[in-house]
Design a binder for this molecule. Structure first.
Ligand code: ATP
Ligand code: MG
Length: 293
């Protein structure tokens, strides 16, 4: 049984904004599933429906065997959510957060202390246990946010843009935490704007554009879909300076024509595999940040 089963999901907000349209996919246990899309594409809307925070307008979603609308309470017992731009209580330490959350869950104090230590040690947070979250770096703070979410022992965790604003090292630390979770069998659904993040983490990814799923599959499949699987780079004429032309042919004939032209003009022609960003742009068009363009 898939951990997430989505069938024909749609969402129109009360003001009339169609945020999602006819989205269907499944996520198996232990997968890191990435939702990729520009600002306003519908990523958070989809995540919030699956996390039972929003009702869909059409279609249905089953999470861990329970319908997200009719059995929302049962879903909530098994999931955790780290919302977009989540902020901890700055005047509490990471330890305080996890300990208090364990108490709220009804754990007796000695067990809550043990549990807090186990989570913090597991994710290399123990040495920072007494620091106020206000004093933690962005990367550490985000790892603490995820650790807090793990207090609930979720089978599925939703991370909405977990590495936004983090430096390269902070992002890598969050990635390694996500990988470790997946290894333990926790299913992860995360949204991101970062292509490298999806490349590093995604078992499969979905590209959402204007509320519709325009791609579903592996990173490799996304790249293969773009540019006929290959990009052609035509270097400028010798001594002519300038930028190389990077072309994305859509047929073998086109590739041949580009190579012939390059030879005639005495330019060097090389091939390079498309990046995920090339694939993304080919499918979505324009830059990742020009909303609704
Ligand atoms: N509560 C709301 N009421 C009305 N419209 C909304 C609401 N939340 C989101 N929208 C609209 O729905 C669309 C999808 O928004 P959503 O937040 O799901 O996008 P997103 O992909 O998460 O974007 P971002 O990358 O900026 O976080 C946008 O047009 C947005 O303006
Ligand atoms: Mg969002």
């Amino acid at each position: 049984m898939a951990v997430i089963e989505v069938d024909g999901l749609g969402k129109t907000y009360p003001g009339g904004t169609k945020a999602l349209h006819d989205v269907s996919f499944q996520v198996p246990k232990g997968e890191v599933f990435c939702l990729l899309g520009r600002n306003g594409a519908g990523k958070t809307t989809l995540l919030r429906i699956l996390a039972t925070q929003l009702r869909p307008t059409t279609g249905r979603a089953v999470v861990l065997g329970h319908d997200v609308v009719h059995e929302a309470k049962l879903v909530r017992e098994k999931i955790s959510v780290v919302p977009q731009e989540a902020r901890p209580q700055m005047m509490l330490s990471g330890y305080d957060h996890i300990y208090l959350m364990s108490l709220i869950r009804g754990m007796p104090r000695p067990e809550a202390r043990k549990r807090t230590r186990a989570i913090m040690e597991e994710f290399d947070l123990w040495e920072h246990k007494d620091k106020l979250t206000a004093d933690l770096s962005g990367g550490l703070r985000q790892r603490v946010m995820i650790a807090i979410a793990l207090t609930m022992d979720p089978e599925l965790i939703f991370l909405d843009e977990p590495t936004i604003g983090l430096d390269p090292l902070g992002r890598r630390q969050v990635w390694s935490m996500v990988r470790r979770l997946a290894k333990q069998g926790v299913t992860v659904l995360l949204t991101t704007h970062y292509m490298d993040e999806a490349e590093k983490l995604a078992g499969r990814l979905a590209i959402v554009d204007r509320g519709q799923m325009v791609f579903l599959g592996s990173v490799e499949a996304a790249k293969a879909r773009a540019a006929h699987g290959m990009q052609v780079v035509v270097e400028p004429m010798n001594g002519n300076g300038g930028e190389p032309e990077v072309l994305s042919p859509t047929s073998d004939t086109e590739i041949l024509a580009i190579v012939q032209r390059g030879i005639q003009e005495g330019r060097r022609v090389t091939f390079k595999p498309p990046t995920l960003e090339d694939a993304f742009i080919a499918m979505v068009g324009g830059g990742i940040d020009d909303e609704g363009a």
